[in-house]
Each structure stands twice: as structure tokens, then as C-alpha cells.
Design a protein. Structure first.
Length: 245
């Protein structure tokens, strides 16, 4: 069903409802008021849906700009901003396109967040839902996304920047997704081993501080000298005074 056919069906439904209200004897002013409210609500919902779909394609454009040139030095906050945009896109629909997962995984890989990169890339490469062929029961949001996508593919001149971004991301998905996933997992293992090694070294250092070297006994520190009894001190002072008298 095309967008024009869907709109026509909705308009026909509204006309039928208005006719039924007229048959029921409801005043014309009430029917017109009801129709006006329904129309504006419908338009608001339609604009919101269109904006959500636009956000997905805007995310592709922003992400492609970062990923296509690996030699360009992007600031960390720039990459994080696009990642946050992608995370919002990911929650716009219950069944986001696999390309969104790959794009997010590639961005996390670029940012050095290997755990998040491995999670998103593994979904695309190892999860049954990570392939478009497995999507037989799409949500209404995914269906609208696909309609816009096919329209852009048929008429790439209408959105050349969007079409170029999609093609670049799909190419990277085919040629680099496996390498990115393996790279992220290798780095995760290396980081894990580094943490274990650091903990072991810290434990060894603590043991050395608590124990002496083998075969040697730590000599106790000498005790401070005890002061003489007070009686001896007084006697010495008394005898000294007698001598001087």
C-alpha cells in the first residue's frame, strides 16, 4: 500500500464516520467540530511518524561522515553525540533495522568502547534477527521506514546524501563487520588479562611488604631505654645538694 492509498483510506473512514453521525441525528456543528479535531490529531501523529523516520536517516548521514574517513581526527564529544543520537533512534521502534545496529557498533568501535561495539556487532552477525531476511512480521514503524528507504533507492536524486550514506554503511557492513567484531573481542580479552595481571602484581607487592626475604628473620627494633626510678633520681639530687652546701 502506497502513502497516497493509505491517506485516501483514512479520509474515506472519516467521511463514513461523519455520515453515520449525521444519520444518528447529531447536529452538523458537532460533526464538523469532531471532524476538525480528528483531522488535526491525525496530522500531528503523521508529522511525528515522519520525523521519527527522518531521524533514522539523519543518523546514517552523521555516522557515515565520521566512519568514512578514519584519518580525520574527530573530537570525542562529537562521536559521543552521534552515538547518543543512534541510541535514541534504536528505541524509536520495537524492531530497528539491522543497519542501525551495525552503525552503532562501528561508532562504538571507533570510540574505543569495545564492550558496546562487540554487543551491537554480534547482534548483526550472530543473531537471527540481525538479518533483514528474518523480518516477516514488521512493526508499523519498520514498515514506514522501509517504504521511505525503497522510495529513496528508486529516486536517489531526491536524497543523494542519504543514499550515499546508506551505500557506504552497507558496504562497510559487508566488508568490515567481522573484522570489527573480532578486533573488539580481542581488545576486551587483552583488557581483561591486563586487569588480572595488575591485581596479581598488586597482591605480590603486598605480600613482599608483609614478609621478609626467605631464610632471613626480620630483626626487632631496639626498645627505648627505661628511665631510672624516681627514688634514685631524688637521692642523687639530695647528695649533690649536700656536697655543694
Amino acid at each position: 500500500m502506497t502513502k497516497g492509498q493509505e491517506t485516501a483510506q483514512r479520509l474515506v473512514a472519516i467521511v463514513i464516520i461523519m455520515a453515520m453521525l449525521g444519520v444518528m441525528g447529531i447536529p452538523l456543528t458537532v460533526i464538523v467540530f469532531f471532524a476538525t479535531v480528528v483531522y488535526f490529531v491525525w496530522r500531528a501523529v503523521q508529522r511525528s511518524e515522519q520525523q521519527d523516520i527522518k531521524n533514522i536517516f539523519d543518523f546514517y548521514i552523521s555516522a557515515n561522515e565520521i566512519l568514512r574517513d578514519e584519518e580525520k581526527r574527530w573530537y570525542g564529544f562529537e562521536i559521543n553525540s552521534v552515538i547518543a543520537e543512534g541510541e535514541r533512534v534504536l528505541h524509536l521502534m520495537p524492531d530497528p533495522p539491522p543497519l542501525v545496529y551495525f552503525t552503532l557498533g562501528a561508532l562504538y568501535n571507533r570510540a574505543g568502547d569495545n564492550e558496546s561495539a562487540a554487543e551491537h556487532l554480534a547482534y548483526v552477525l550472530e543473531n537471527d534477527q540481525g538479518d533483514e531476511h528474518s523480518r516477516y512480521q514488521p512493526s508499523a514503524e519498520l514498515r514506514r521506514y522501509v517504504e521511505v528507504l525503497r522510495r529513496i533507492e528508486r529516486e536517489p536524486t531526491e536524497a543523494p546524501q542519504t543514499m550515499a550514506a546508506i551505500r557506504n554503511l552497507e558496504r562497510a557492513r559487508r566488508t568490515r563487520a567481522n573484522a570489527m567484531l573480532e578486533e573488539s573481542r580481542v581488545q576486551l580479552r587483552a583488557d581483561s588479562h591486563g586487569v588480572i595481571a595488575s591485581a596479581a602484581n598488586a597482591h605480590k607487592t603486598e605480600d613482599k611488604s608483609l614478609h621478609t626475604l626467605p631464610g632471613k628473620r626480620q630483626s626487632p627494633s631496639p626498645a627505648p631505654p627505661m628511665p631510672p626510678p624516681i627514688a634514685d633520681v631524688l637521692r642523687d639530687v639530695y647528695e649533690e645538694e649536700k656536697k655543694t652546701a
